[in-house]
Design a protein around this ligand. Structure first.
Ligand code: ATP
Ligand code: MG
Length: 212
């Protein structure tokens, strides 16, 4: 479904990724692990077109289509959404308002329908009038996921969904991701903790910008 082919990139003159190739099959959850600063977030940014690929051979293919130079709105249209590690929800808006704003490129009817679907998937209906300030870390991660789900994606690039979550909350998030998989949503998930590997179909490990 998603193929990353031979990408190299970095920031200014500093090279961070070296010839990275990986793939995520249809209906797969793939885990990308590695220590702090190994380049995990950089891979997701690069796939989503937020960071230019340095080399001519570097390509991103989605469903057989070359999406290497696609603009962000075209990525969303193609069915891919990216959930960054930080700043992945609107701080001053309630849960309900977050979903409305996230869905604002769609018609009112679509927004209404999707919001209900997202409540079913994330169990956030009971918190719909709260702002993120009044949610726990786990609930905020679900809110970030909910914002992404407003686009009805087929593919999610998720940067550290388990960040700051205890074991019980991690289990809830794992179950959440497995539930999305059942809905035919594929995922590339970044995580540095190893313990949660069991739920993934495949794992890639990164060390200093190289896959090992
Ligand atoms: N905007 C930037 N400008 C310059 N260097 C950057 C920038 N963003 C990241 N880097 C550098 O790129 C390298 C990889 O960073 P990246 O954020 O991809 O790591 P990571 O594997 O996601 O780490 P973490 O587990 O801490 O989130 C690091 O050395 C980092 O300092
Ligand atoms: Mg990171």
């Amino acid at each position: 479904m998603l193929e990353v082919k031979n990408i190299s990139t970095g920031y200014d003159k500093k090279q961070v990724l070296f010839d990275i190739s990986l793939s995520v099959g249809h209906n797969e959850i793939v885990l990308l692990t590695g220590g702090n600063g190994s380049g995990k977030s950089t891979i997701l940014k690069c796939i989503y077109g937020l960071l230019p690929i340095w080399n001519k051979e570097g390509k991103i293919i989605f469903d057989g289509r070359d999406i290497t130079k696609l603009a962000t709105y075209e990525m969303v249209k193609a069915g891919i959404v990216y959930i960054p590690q930080k700043n992945n929800y609107f701080e001053s808006l309630t849960v309900h308002e977050n979903f409305i704003v996230s869905g604002s490129i769609y018609s009112n009817d679509v927004i209404k329908q999707r919001e209900q679907e997202v409540y079913k998937l994330t169990d956030l209906y009971k918190y719909r009038n709260r702002t993120p300030f009044n949610l726990s870390g786990g609930e905020r991660q679900l809110l970030a996921l909910g914002n992404a789900l407003m686009h009805k994606p087929r593919f999610i690039l998720f940067d550290e969904p388990f960040s700051g979550l205890d074991q019980a909350k991690t289990k809830i998030m794992v179950d959440e991701l497995l539930q999305l998989k059942q809905q035919q949503i594929s995922m590339l998930v970044v995580e540095h903790k190893k313990i949660f590997n069991t739920f993934a179909d495949k794992e890639f490990k990164l060390d200093l910008g190289k896959l090992i």
